[in-house]
Design a protein around this ligand. Structure first.
Ligand code: TYC
Length: 114
């Protein structure tokens, strides 16, 4: 006499190997912090050399990069100087505004969400 093995994983009424359960995929959410553009605005009075100095001093840019960005602001009215976290952007804006005010230049620096 032959005894057939009972497969415990077989669901009665379904074909072998089927699974009626719904697989819910939970997508791992990688959280990126919101970033902020720091913008430099043109004006008619701030000396070009002062703006170049500001870019070198507070944004760690080379003289050539700083001169290029200064010229872009001068010609187009504004330029993005860099993109930073909220706190870093806020600090850079405050540093530039304070430095310009102390030197009595009307240079404006602002930030906006990227
Ligand atoms: N327009 C200024 C000038 O002719 C130079 C300047 C450039 C000022 C960039 C501000 O963000 C600025 N002296």
């Amino acid at each position: 006499m032959v005894i057939a093995p009972v497969l415990m994983s077989d669901t009665p009424g379904r074909g072998n190997g089927t699974d009626a359960s719904v697989l819910t995929k939970t997508k791992p959410k990688t959280q990126r912090p919101p970033m902020y553009k720091v913008l430099l605005l043109n004006d008619d009075y701030t000396p070009m050399e002062f703006v170049v100095h500001v870019l070198e001093r507070f944004f760690g840019l080379s003289h050539a990069q700083s001169f290029e960005i200064m010229l872009t602001v001068h010609k187009k009215g504004l330029a993005v100087v860099g993109v930073f976290s909220f706190e870093v952007a806020e600090t850079k804006v405050a540093q530039v505004m304070d430095f310009a005010r102390r030197h009595q230049h009307p240079l404006q620096c602002t930030m906006e969400k990227d």
